[in-house]
Design a protein around this ligand. Structure first.
Ligand code: THU
Length: 132
């Protein structure tokens, strides 16, 4: 059975609960479905040496790759509230997603209130850098 957007959002919300975000206090969860219909999740993992922290999307993508997945069909990112609004992937994560995206890859951004926005990766990162 294929995973719905609600399934993906629920998985990202669960992953977000495990965020290690003691420095920013900003929790993010990500869940993606690959070309085989398999689900992977990640959360942000911060570090006292700030630049070493990793984003939720990076964790989910690593989990996919090490299980053999190579294509992100859809990815949901849960984070943000109030004025901040839904947490769209940071610039680096747009590039990470683009590496494993197809023309039809969808990015869902969801905030605390459950409000969400849907994007095509090409609209978040136009003219992206790729190698042959
Ligand atoms: N963060 C993510 O996990 N994903 C994003 O796309 C944006 C930012 C994390 C990184 C850091 O732990 C915290 O959110 C605040 O920037």
């Amino acid at each position: 059975m294929s995973l719905s957007n609600d399934d993906l959002i629920a998985a990202a919300t669960d992953a977000r609960a495990n965020a290690y975000n003691r420095y920013s206090d900003f929790a993010v969860g990500a869940a993606l479905v690959d070309e085989h219909g398999r689900l992977y999740v990640g959360c942000n993992v911060e570090n006292a040496a700030y630049p070493l922290g990793s984003c939720a999307e990076a964790g989910a993508i690593s989990a996919m790759v090490q299980e053999g997945g190579r294509r992100i069909a859809r990815i949901a990112v849960v984070g943000g509230s109030g004025e901040i609004g839904p947490c769209t992937p940071c610039g680096g994560c747009r590039q990470r997603i683009a590496e494993f995206a197809g023309d039809d890859t969808v990015v869902l951004a969801i905030d605390d209130s459950g409000a969400w926005q849907e994007y095509a990766i090409a609209s978040l990162l136009p003219a992206s850098f790729h190698l042959p």
